[in-house]
Design a protein. Structure first.
Length: 398
């Protein structure tokens, strides 16, 4: 509809000349409002129409820009947009295990890929041997619970306390403070030393030890780690006679020689109360089963398995297969984080496919494998991968 020219000069502050100029500009640039081209007030109808069109175009461009940012952020996992991340964003989104479990793959510098971390011919800590191992292995996480890592991350704490839920909760900090008045509460393990070769034997309880004659080989290691009942008297020829570390629960605990470290694997705060009691007052006699009132061990050699390390194994290595890893897996990865060379004995079935303990007379008593708590088959795969990666040697037994 053609615009109507003004009736007289000066109406609304503009005349014939201005109106003509606006018409010519509108013909040449139809997106420019007549009122704007001629200097008309902002309230004119044409100006409103074109302003609305301009806003729509501007809004569309803004929406397109924001959408492109969103997809770029999503596809890159946020890594490509550091300017959108407030300080501490990365740290606040990591799953931290004590002291420095970052929940992400390690990057091995090229210059350290061929470095030797020990004096053994085969070293656990040597990088660049297996990408799978390097991506999952965290050399900084402590396998023992000590004063320096007394505070558990909340995700670790809630996972741990639900393994064996208790009716009556306890203040974990107070319990640990009392415990560390009885035991040292510090780690006896150092870092990697290129001049050291610390050889460790992880001795399981499989019946494949019987008749294997591994006793002298096992006893030749620096650390010899056993678990739960694991008798040696009468089985020296096959299972060895020496022990340096014994891993037990309150319900499986037994007295140990003064030169043996007792490593408690706790599932609840009551277990921590028990070890404090068993080394002092003897007040606790029952958890979910009868436990020893007093325990004869060297207090200076008592260590507590770190729940954060427990969850690290569950997350990184057994990948949530089973409710939680077996004691054998806990001890194996403990060794992989404190030893230079790890050799494994007494794991898996015997040569006939039977699962039983080496001290049992009944070869077919393998109920421990059928509990449903652990995934024995998946754990066997992990052990096989560790052996193929050159991180452990497995002695198959008979």
């Amino acid at each position: 509809m053609p615009s109507v020219p003004p009736q007289r000069e000066g109406r609304l502050g503009w005349g014939w000349a201005a109106w003509a100029r606006a018409q010519r500009m509108a013909e040449l640039r139809p997106w420019v409002p007549v009122g704007v081209a001629a200097g008309a007030p902002a309230g004119e109808r044409g100006g409103k129409r074109c302003s609305l069109r301009f806003c729509v175009v501007l809004g569309s461009l803004a929406l397109l820009f924001i959408t492109s940012l969103f997809f770029s952020f999503s596809l890159r996992g946020g890594a490509g947009l550091p300017y959108l991340e407030p300080p501490g964003w990365e740290e606040s989104h990591r799953v931290k295990l004590v002291p420095s479990y970052a929940g992400s793959h390690r990057v091995i510098p090229a210059e350290s890929a061929q470095q030797k971390t020990c004096a053994c011919s085969r070293c656990v800590g040597d990088p660049g041997v297996s990408d799978w191992f390097d991506e999952n292995y965290d050399p900084d996480i402590s396998p023992v619970w000590i004063r320096d890592n007394i505070q558990l991350p909340s995700d670790v704490y809630y996972w741990w306390v639900m393994l064996q839920p208790q009716f009556k909760p306890h203040n974990i900090q107070q319990v640990l403070q009392r415990l560390f008045q009885v035991i040292p509460g510090r780690s006896p393990y150092g870092s990697w030393d290129p001049a050291r070769c610390l050889r460790c034997a992880v001795v399981g309880n499989s019946g494949n030890l019987r008749g294997a004659g591994y006793g002298p080989v096992i006893d030749g290691h620096d650390f010899i780690m056993r678990m739960n009942l694991a008798p040696t008297v009468g089985y020296e020829e096959d299972a060895g006679s020496r022990t340096t570390h014994h891993f037990m629960y309150p319900e499986s605990a037994k007295n140990l020689a003064a030169n043996v470290s007792f490593v408690l694997v706790p599932f609840k705060t009551l277990d921590l109360l028990w070890i404090t009691s068993a080394l002092s007052t003897g007040q606790i006699r029952f958890t979910y089963a009868p436990v020893k009132q007093f325990l004869r061990v060297d207090k200076d050699k008592v260590q507590i398995f770190n729940p954060a390390f427990f969850k690290y194994i569950h997350d990184r290595w057994t990948r949530h297969h089973g409710r939680y890893p077996s004691t054998g897996m806990l001890v194996l990865f403990f060794a992989l984080h404190v030893c230079d060379e790890v050799n494994v004995f007494g794991f898996g079935a015997d040569s006939r496919g039977n699962w039983h303990h080496y001290w049992e007379q009944n070869r077919y008593s393998g109920e421990f494998r059928k509990t449903g708590v652990h995934d024995a088959d998946y754990e066997a795969q992990i052990i096989d991968k560790l052996a193929k990666a050159g991180k452990i040697s497995v002695f198959p037994g008979k």
